[in-house]
Design a protein around this ligand. Sequence first.
Ligand SMILES: Cc1cc2nc3c(=O)[nH]c(=O)nc-3n(C[C@H](O)[C@H](O)[C@H](O)COP(=O)(O)OP(=O)(O)OC[C@H]3O[C@@H](n4cnc5c(N)ncnc54)[C@H](O)[C@@H]3O)c2cc1C
Ligand code: SF4
Length: 323
Amino acid sequence: MRPVSYERARTVGQAARMSASAGAMPIAGGTNLLDLSKLEVETPSRLVDIRQIDALRGVRETTEGEVRIGALVSNAELAAHPVIRARYPLLSRAILAGASGQIRNMASTGGNLLQRTRCVQFYDTSSACNKRQPGSGCGALHGANRMNAIVGGSEHCIAVHPSDMAVAMRVLDAVVEIQGADGAVRHVPIGAFYRLPGDTPQNETVVRQGDIITAVLLPPAPPGQQFYRKVRDRASYAFALVSVGAVVAVEDGRFSTVRFGFGGIAPKPWRVEAAEASLKGRAVSREAVRDACDMALSGAIGRGDNDFKIPLAHHTLAAVLAV
Ligand SMILES: Cc1cc2nc3c(=O)[nH]c(=O)nc-3n(C[C@H](O)[C@H](O)[C@H](O)COP(=O)(O)OP(=O)(O)OC[C@H]3O[C@@H](n4cnc5c(N)ncnc54)[C@H](O)[C@@H]3O)c2cc1C
Ligand code: SF4
């Protein structure tokens, strides 16, 4: 059996310093980290429990008009928060489309953004997986890949990011606040937070050893109706095959504001701003929507089991945009 030490941090600075050594990992709700540790996919030697840190709690409006969400705010609390429900219903709906009530009670905002892929070979330590063991190959490229990516992947990895919340955050242009082990705080737009796999699929985000996510900041939402549509194998308690989050406003029969992002099809929440821009000012029509879908999904490649995701992503986006 591998020895694992466990400590509680009382402040963000303490948590960051404790997490700075190789093998140390922060733990919040534990709903992903403990599962992965039991399977020896993750092998932390030191667990730094951050759940006692009050500075990571709470949802509050700032004087700049943003909403600040503490990294420890549970998925359940965030989805039910009156400000989120009133101003960012897309985020509430995305969270409620994920996991189960029990898991949402435990799962935290920071942990949700950093949850690992559900690629089956990643979870199976007897399979080749460049993300789990760099250089070992990718068992999904020519193996079971029904849940895997159709855009954004590489010949080294075609995993998808499984978070529903992250799709909503991406559409809402959230900013992730991170404190490093040296005490420095940086703000990373969520569009720059996730990395594409390229030839280093083990590097999934800009988070470094010793970094603690402290909060997520939401700017005021753009005008328009907000949507989150998730297509999955069961009505609940299943990860997305394809999901679409969107904010859409129509004036005089023409699109005025359009933002949309996909989940379940790429290694990160997939947003193509040029496709959104192509709709601005166009009359709402099947042709306009089809053109935007084509642009958003250009270059999509199926790898066998996941071929169905290409038409499914088109249809799901078209259904959302048929406002
Ligand atoms: C059965 C099941 C079904 C699920 N279905 C869905 C679903 O449909 N949609 C969906 O989006 N999610 C789903 N999830 C995933 C779930 O939402 C995540 O497991 C959860 O959000 C992770 O949060 P956590 O606080 O438990 O993270 P943890 O497991 O504690 O941590 C996850 C990772 O984040 C790191 N971490 C945590 N907090 C911080 C921080 N503040 N700073 C730096 N690092 C940090 C940890 O070191 C670890 O690497 C499901 C999970 C399960 C078990
Ligand atoms: S797709 Fe990525 S996570 Fe899945 S087996 Fe290949 S390298 Fe591993």
